[in-house]
Design a protein around this ligand. Structure first.
Ligand code: PLP
Length: 231
């Protein structure tokens, strides 16, 4: 199956999940997670209509997206992997959004680099909701302190929250993880009414339909788009 076929199949599944849960397709953005993928595969996804791409590593992202890709001027690139402090400068130059902001030290460094580069950047705060790797703020209190810190920096635009569900067949655990991100969004919204935290980045190849049912507005999908959804 080609990338174009995989995208079409995934798109059908997204639309069915939207219908099931009474949601409009336009509320949800589809990101192609292009880590480990070649420029050819990325170009195929672009030709099939994808404009939003996600990369986990700064070096790999720079090698692929560092100079404008021919015929692909309107690509939007987000960082979705854990970001080391010493990569913050390159990240600010390369990405329009850092989805994986998981500690206050990183917020300060991103703000500093944005000041130096005279740039603004979107960020999402990542909440740890059960995935094994332990990235993300540990709880809503920590998240709330992070949000307060972001508000001190006009260069940083806090757009919402991100999480990774545990990798498991247990749909209850997955659902619980997504529900806790929605609950965190509500809590933060009460604490910071001036913030528009409307982005909920959740849902990957193995759990995006559940994520749609639970309120995701941004799906981060790699395997199902580039390799297909057949086991
Ligand atoms: C790799 C990755 C994805 C995509 O995972 P797939 O299972 O390939 O869809 C999504 N989000 C993050 C943070 C990732 O690292």
């Amino acid at each position: 199956m080609s990338v174009r076929d995989n995208i079409a199949r995934t798109e059908e599944r997204i639309q069915r999940a939207c219908e099931r849960s009474g949601r409009r397709r336009e509320e949800i953005r589809l990101m192609a997670v292009s880590k480990f993928q070649s420029l050819d595969a990325i170009a195929e996804a672009y030709q099939a209509g994808i404009r939003l791409f996600g990369e986990s590593r700064v070096q790999e992202a720079r090698a692929k997206f560092g100079s404008p890709l021919p015929g692909m001027a309107d690509v939007e690139l987000h960082c979705i992997g854990q970001l080391q402090r010493n990569k913050a400068k390159a990240a600010v130059q390369l990405f329009s959004c850092i989805q994986s902001v998981d500690r206050n030290e990183l917020i300060m460094e991103l703000a500093h680099q944005c000041q130096r580069e005279q740039k603004h950047i979107d960020i999402l705060l990542e909440l740890h909701t059960g995935e094994n790797s332990k990235t993300g703020y540990p709880d809503v209190n920590a998240l709330s302190e992070g949000a307060e810190l972001v508000l001190a920096y006009p260069q940083l635009h806090l757009r919402g929250l991100m999480t990774m569900a545990p990798y498991t067949d247990d749909t209850l655990l997955i659902r619980r993880s997504f529900k806790s991100l929605v609950a965190a969004q509500k809590t933060l919204h009460q604490q910071f009414p001036e913030l528009t935290l409307d982005v909920l980045s959740m849902g990957m190849s193995n759990d995006f339909e559940i994520a749609i049912e639970e309120g995701s507005t941004l799906l981060r999908i790699g395997t199902a788009l580039f390799k297909g959804d057949e086991p």
